[in-house]
Design a protein around this ligand. Sequence first.
Ligand code: GLY
Length: 564
Amino acid sequence: MPTIPSSAPIAPGRRVRVFIFVFLIVAMSLRGARIAVAATAPHEMVVAESEPAARAGLEILRQGGNAIDAAVATSLALGVTNASSCGLGGGGFMLIYWAKTQKLYALDYREVAPAAARPDMYMRDGKPDEQLARTGALAVAVPGEPAGLDAALRRFGTMKFSQLAAPAIKLARAGFPLNPHMARELMLVAPIIGQDAGFHAIYFNPDGTPRHAGAILHNPNLAALIESLGDAPAERFYHGAIAAKIADFVKQRGGILTAEDLASYRPLWRDPIHLPYDGYDVYTMPPPSSAGVVLEILGMLSNSNLAGLGADSPAYLARLIEVMRQGFIDRAQYADPGFVKVPLATLLSPEHIAQARDRALHHAPAPPVAAAHDHGTSNFAVADRFGNVVEVTTTVNTIFGAKLMVESMGLVLNDEMDDFGVAPGVPNAFRLVGEENNEVAPGKRPLSSMSPLIALKDGRPALAAGGSGGPTIISGVAQVTIDSFAFHLEPETAVRLPRVHQQAQPDIVFVEQELPFHTRDELTAMGYHLKIVPELGAISAIRIRPGELRGAFDPLKGGGAVGD
Ligand code: GLY
């Protein structure tokens, strides 16, 4: 049982930053009531944050494609239907369980900083200007999505890219419904993107008001772009006319991304990271993801006999909050491993996890760490009839990325530069420990919270889970995994159970509004500062048993679970 945490006062210099962070957490949770939806299928399944995109993947599975083929089709379709969250102008992580080898593979197609990027590129008059990293041409990192899909397909796919692109092209040309989540996002960003001709043509009425949920949208230019990639998406996107157009567009708006940056982009195959948890082997994405924090959280709660406490009990939630705090303290050590030595072996060692658990149960004060502050993103999973499983999280970072669209290609450009610590050299509040590892450098990948997870039982996939929502991905994926394994909840219950989020700094526990009042009161009585929000990210999952796939998702992001 944890001791009651003290109420750490917020230093004056941190107040603005804490305010912005709270705004981001609230903004990304503007969704209303939450009801998880589930589906069961015997052989194959796709769960995505868009039903048309999930159906695109299923269409490919029905044509005989495998999970990787379906993942490419789903990614492309998601980039059409959920363009505010992901697309060809962004990047992502793909975790694959390949049945033939019974091994896991991790594909990193995260965006990278352009060659001209510098640690002080967002400093103006001696002060950091984070807006420059979030909106406009300087925010754009080199997209990784086309190269990532190409690499996955070349290694594990069975179908041609042009076949897999067909459903996305059809959606973009024939039309797709604007989902309620994106309609709400449009209201938020309308003042920034409403005047842009590209965005206006797709997402706004002639009178300039954002289109409403259910409106049928078309993006013929994006259809043409996807079609033009033929069967060589990496070659055609990163070289020649498309790359020149992107570079020219960014340059005209004062950005630094060049055609050479695009030509040099490479996705990377990495070794997944792993930790045993309550009889399961849990795998996830290595750095530059900070998904190791999910493993640390699970590790601290492993073999804790939580079932006796109850998945929504204050006693369990207090323990969870404390291990989250310890996990997020370590997040500062994660960064692009090509630039920073991430001490993964130490962070995931039984000794370190035991010490962190000990600190969690006695609530040692947190050292200063940077607040995680990214959000946006989209997640999906595919399980095929051959036993392969793919879990993908993909992003343009914040809503509609840099708020820039290359109109002639219907292409939204990411603002992934904002996932770096954007303020080096600034004392105290703006120069916190984590941001040193994650400062901007040419060719570097920004730290990510995206945490695609596949858990095995006796060597076979048992759960695929992932989510969107910046740092709440980490806490959400951990909670759904714990709810599934320690509390034996059905996926739809695990996905729906009200969640909490504590990331060390600020010292606030974010709590979903559906957490019962008496539970909130008990947590408050323990000394926690609660901030009630409608929702903390969106998590989806597929539970995998022989002959039974059960997928669950949060429908308010326009999701779908479909299978055969
Ligand atoms: N841009 C969100 C993330 O990578 O965590």
